[in-house]
Design a protein around this ligand. Structure first.
Ligand SMILES: [Zn+2]
Length: 152
């Protein structure tokens, strides 16, 4: 049984790594602009769209408020997340990605991020206000995996 489970996990992991997130250049610029405008605090957004076997396709951005107004963490209110989820469902879409920025550090998940990635199993895009880089990650089996961002 253990052998079967391990094989399954390995196959599943490869599937995730091969997936990319598709984000338009316009959306990418809008997220970066929003992150810069929210400095010195972290900014956040919910990205909705569709998921197929190969990609997460971002179709619409919801720039949300960081209710914590913090330089090192962010919180999206559950009401806001619920509202976005409802809008997504009405348009036959779903939440495909969570975005947030690191105004003073690199575009990599912090320990706090990893904790929340565990309960929000979406791809996470992180923008760095320092390097201006945007990277996407997903937590799988306690490992952080980077997902390529493809421009549409
Ligand atoms: Zn973070």
């Amino acid at each position: 049984m253990d052998g079967i489970n391990n094989n399954y996990r390995r196959v599943h992991r490869i599937t995730i790594v091969n997936k990319t997130i598709i984000l338009s250049d316009k959306d990418k610029q809008e997220l970066a602009k929003y992150a810069e405008s929210e400095k010195p605090y972290e900014s956040c957004a919910i990205l909705i769209g569709n998921e197929d076997e190969k990609n997460w396709i971002v179709k619409k951005l919801f720039l949300t408020e960081n209710t914590e107004k913090s330089r090192a963490t962010f919180t999206i209110s559950p009401d806001e997340e619920f509202r976005v989820d409802q809008i997504a469902k009405e348009s036959k879409m779903e939440i495909v990605c969570i975005f947030h920025s690191h105004p003073e550090s690199e575009a990599h998940p912090s320990e706090t991020d990893k904790k929340f990635m565990r309960v929000n199993p979406f791809p996470w895009i992180i923008y760095s206000g320092v390097t201006k880089e945007m990277n996407c990650f997903i937590l799988e089996n306690e490992n952080v995996k980077q997902i390529p961002i493809t421009e549409s």
